[in-house]
Each structure stands twice: as structure tokens, then as C-alpha cells.
Ligand binder design. Structure first.
Ligand code: SAM
Length: 346
């Protein structure tokens, strides 16, 4: 299996069958080798630097009803909140003091955030913190909307494709959502000029190695600047309440493959990984990740943005505990840096 890793490292892709074989037949040696190579590549590009992003969860209202997500519109038990523009700016102010130079505004698809409101928020953040990047993760919007938000100063946009296989997309989403629309959004975002992020959950219900191979090929073709992957974690008030959580080792292995396939990619060690395993964040870094996204939302709303059960929001996960995170990264030989952390120019 090591020859597959070497080929991926040299050619930055494998065939569909190659990826499927690698995923299904990997053993402990292959796993260790993939992670070792991924770390080497990450080191060549980013050294020992780890970028941080302050995550502001702006709204738990969502018009969509994705079967896996705790804030789906059909979950009548979810507590809903939305931050006002002033509250979002307060989060950024606090984050700036703590050393964050990227703010990620993420939320459900909430029509309250019109282009006018978002444009003003982005412009205010850029005015108050001109040395910071703004990342949006607000779901599917029109091409015109993406363009307007980019013109207002937004730098990056995260929109996971969730799965690149039509039939699997159908299993995870209600009929009004489509993979074609999702892909169109990613194309529109790229054309608008954003640094774009795609990604998927590992172990989402019904997922096979063939689906994952398709996801890797899709990412290779899209060649995004960022890739967000994390384990699927069940939420008690969703149709997938009783589905098993995604696997830690498979997630780490996929992170390593993504680093080998897209060497310069900005790759976060996600909250879901930190929720699945107490050392998850650290293990992600040791698999080739170079980004962490601590939670900068007001503490009163953190427990309401519950995408899955037991989501962590305190301790190392909290932006205000940045010193603890710095220490943890230093323990494994890495350094949190106070920088925008853009995708490197070629
Ligand atoms: N609404 C925006 C969107 O659709 O891109 C951003 C918010 S959405 C909640 C962010 C991501 O959370 C999704 O892309 C999905 O992959 C992830 N997510 C949702 N439910 C999850 C679960 N049960 N386990 C793990 N990740 C989940």
C-alpha cells in the first residue's frame, strides 16, 4: 500500500480504484506512513506554523432540513438565536485582542442576514480590523450575493460539498437540496474571487469507500484553497440519531491523503474531531492539518449552536483559552501564529 502513498505524493492524484483500494485495504503501517509523509509536506510549506481562525457562530436559524444536522429546520427542540451586527463586531474585537487575524462568520441559512446587513457587517469588520481576513460560511446564496459580499471585503468562503455522489447526497438531504446546486455555488464562489473551501463528513450514514474516493477526486478537480473534513457525529433530534459516529483513524488517514493530494491546502483540525476524541485537535495536526478554529461566539449562545451531541465549546476549544492551545501545540513542536494565514501564492 505504501506505493499508493508515494504515487499520491508525486502525482497528487490516484485513480478512483486506487483511492478505493487504499482506503479499504489500509493497515497500521500504511496509516503511519501516510501521516508521516503528510506531516513532511505540511512542514515544507508551512514549517511549524499553525494558523488560527476565530469562529463566530452567527445564527442557529436554518431554513434547510439536512438529515444529519442538529440545527435543521425540522428540529423543533433546537434553541434558536441570531447575533446582531454589533454582537458580531464585539466578538471580532475580543478575538483581535486575543491575537486572531481571521474571523469566520458561520451559521445556518438564515434569511435575516440579507446582502445589505452582511455587506455592512463585513465593511465594519474591515474598517475596524484592516489587517484581518473575513471568512464566510453561510451556505448557498445567489451568484450575485456572493459577488456583493466579496466586493464588500469578504476574503474566503467555506461551503462543504458534503458528498460528491448524487445518490448519497439524496440520502443525507431533503429533495429540495441538490448536489448540482451545491457544486454551482462552489463554482460561483471561485469565479467571484474567494479563497474557497469544500469538504465532507467522514462516516456520514450510508457512506462507502467508493463515495470517499469520489470525494477525493472531486476535491482534486476543484482544487480548493481550504478543505474542511471531520467525523459525522450523531445528534439526538435528527433522523440519524442512532447512526454511529465517524471513525477517528479513517478521518486522520483522509486528512493525510488530502494534504498529499493538495499540498498547499489550508486544512483545519476541526471541532468535530476534537469532540470525537479528547486529543482530536492535536491528532489532526499530527496528520497534516495546519489550521485550528477556536470558538469566539458569545458564551451564552455556544450551547445553542449544536450541530451534533456533546459539541465542545469550552477548554481548548474556547478562543479565550488560546494560551492553553498555544501550550498544547508547543508540546508537539508547533507554533500558533498571529497572522491572516492566507493560501500561499504560487
Ligand atoms: N449553513 C452552512 C452550510 O451549509 O455550509 C454552514 C453551517 S453548517 C452547520 C456547517 C457544517 O457542519 C456542514 O457543512 C456539515 O458538514 C457540518 N455538520 C452538520 N451536522 C453535522 C454532524 N451531525 N456531524 C458532523 N458535522 C456536521
Amino acid at each position: 500500500m505504501k506505493e499508493y502513498i508515494d504515487r499520491l505524493k508525486e502525482e497528487h492524484t490516484l485513480t478512483r480504484e486506487g483511492f478505493e483500494t487504499l482506503l479499504s485495504r489500509r493497515d497500521a503501517d500504511t496509516h503511519a506512513y501516510a501521516l508521516e509523509q503528510a506531516v513532511k509536506i505540511r512542514q515544507q510549506i508551512y514549517g511549524r506554523d499553525i494558523y488560527i481562525r476565530g469562529l463566530v457562530e452567527v445564527s442557529s436559524y436554518c431554513k434547510n432540513n439536512c438529515y444529519y444536522c442538529g440545527i435543521r429546520s425540522g428540529n423543533k427542540k433546537a434553541s434558536r438565536y441570531r447575533l446582531t451586527p454589533d454582537e458580531i463586531l464585539d466578538c471580532c474585537r475580543e478575538g483581535y485582542q486575543l491575537g486572531f487575524r481571521t474571523f469566520v462568520l458561520q451559521g445556518g441559512e438564515d434569511a435575516w442576514y440579507t446582502d445589505e446587513i452582511l455587506t455592512a457587517v463585513i465593511q465594519d469588520i474591515k474598517k475596524d480590523f484592516p489587517d484581518c481576513a473575513v471568512t464566510l460560511s453561510l451556505g448557498e446564496r445567489s451568484k450575485e450575493s456572493y459577488r456583493r459580499l466579496y466586493a464588500a471585503g469578504a476574503d474566503r468562503y467555506l461551503l462543504r460539498h458534503e458528498t460528491a455522489t448524487e445518490e448519497h447526497y439524496r440520502k443525507l438531504h431533503p429533495p429540495n437540496l441538490s448536489l448540482t446546486d451545491r457544486k454551482t455555488c462552489l463554482k460561483d464562489l471561485k469565479e467571484a474571487g474567494y479563497q474557497v473551501g469544500a469538504g465532507f463528513m467522514v462516516g456520514s450514514p450510508g457512506q462507502t469507500y467508493a463515495h470517499l474516493a469520489e470525494d477525493l477526486l472531486f476535491l482534486r478537480k476543484l482544487s480548493p484553497h481550504m478543505v474542511g473534513i471531520g467525523p459525522f457525529l450523531s445528534h439526538q433530534d435528527t433522523p440519524f440519531a442512532h447512526e454511529p459516529n465517524g471513525d477517528l483513524d479513517l478521518t486522520l488517514f483522509l486528512l493525510a491523503l488530502i494534504r498529499l493530494m493538495l499540498p498547499k491546502v489550508l486544512l483545519p483540525s476541526t471541532t468535530a474531531l476534537g469532540t470525537l476524541h479528547p486529543e482530536g485537535r492535536k491528532l489532526g495536526i499530527l496528520a497534516g492539518c495546519n489550521v485550528v478554529m477556536p470558538n469566539l461566539s458569545p458564551s451564552g449562545v455556544r450551547e445553542k449552536y449544536l450541530l451534533y451531541d456533546n459539541k465542545i465549546a469550552t477548554g481548548l476549544e474556547a478562543a479565550e483559552s488560546i494560551d492553553l492551545l498555544k501550550k498544547q501545540m508547543e508540546e508537539i513542536g508547533y507554533k500558533i501564529v498571529c497572522a491572516r494565514g492566507d493560501y500561499p501564492a504560487s
